[in-house]
Design a binder for this molecule. Structure first.
Ligand SMILES: CSCCC(=O)C(=O)COP(=O)(O)O
Ligand SMILES: [Zn+2]
Length: 233
């Protein structure tokens, strides 16, 4: 294919190589098993997308789709595959937030939290929150800040999440992620590495919140509110 030079590179940081490397890592964390989930990367005007319905940990750069972000047309399109069903959702993060990469996982922590909370997930006063951006202003959240992630309802088909995901992105300008009930999470960032770190930090906080609730501790409670829960004096 004439456009193969768009995905063939010896540079480990080339988007086509990064998508394959990161999907292996995400697979080992249980985030993209059974073909679900994935990652898209934007490089200048080019958007790199994985194929749909494939084992994400076994992909090679040659499998990648490349879209022109301005015309929204594919300039590389492997014939034996369809592009990821997450493409319209990744586009929402690029078009509305100017993201540099967007990750979708089927993390069980994300699914579990979506079952425990109604409209939004909140957690406060935990050190790991400091890995997450303020988004509407420079810098990162502080230890005493509250992280809020909206939750949208799932749909029968991934692409049909587009309108509600876009609504949530607009309604929660400080969010860098959206949870999808009974499904997983979308996390984006200014660059591929920031998106990766945000996704890791959020998953840590989701897992922690589940454990806190199991112990009767409110994840968004004030410091000291845990004293009534379990503490043995
Ligand atoms: C078991 S995967 C169901 C579809 C889905 O939720 C998903 O994330 C698949 O994305 P793909 O990139 O394979 O179209
Ligand atoms: Zn999915």
């Amino acid at each position: 294919m004439a456009e193969d030079n768009l995905v063939h590179s010896h540079d480990a940081n080339h988007p086509a190589n990064l998508i394959c490397e990161l999907c292996k890592l995400f697979y080992s964390n249980g985030w993209v098993t059974g073909t679900g989930g994935g990652i898209s990367v934007k490089d200048g005007d080019l958007i790199y997308l994985a194929p749909s319905g494939v084992q994400k940990e076994r992909m090679v750069p040659d499998n990648m789709f490349v879209m022109d972000s301005k015309t929204k047309e594919y300039i590389r399109r492997p014939q034996i595959y369809k592009p990821s069903a997450c493409t319209p959702l990744f586009m929402a993060a690029y078009d509305i937030r100017g993201a540099g990469a967007c990750i979708h996982t089927h993390s069980q922590n994300a699914v579990m939290v979506s079952l425990l909370y109604e409209k939004e997930f909140k957690i406060a006063n935990i050190e790991q929150i400091k890995a997450l951006p303020r988004v509407t202003s420079q810098g990162y959240l502080g230890f005493y800040d509250t992280l809020t992630i909206p939750i949208i309802e799932n749909t029968a088909h991934e692409e049909d999440l587009k309108d509600t995901l876009e609504r949530a992105i607009l309604d929660y300008p400080e969010a860098t992620a959206v949870l999808v009930r009974r499904h997983g999470i979308y996390v984006w960032g200014e660059s591929v590495w920031k998106a990766k770190v945000y996704n890791e930090a959020i998953d840590y906080l989701l897992e922690l919140a589940i454990k806190m609730r199991q112990c009767g501790i409110a994840p968004d409670g004030a410091i000291g509110s845990e004293k009534g829960a379990l503490r043995v004096e």
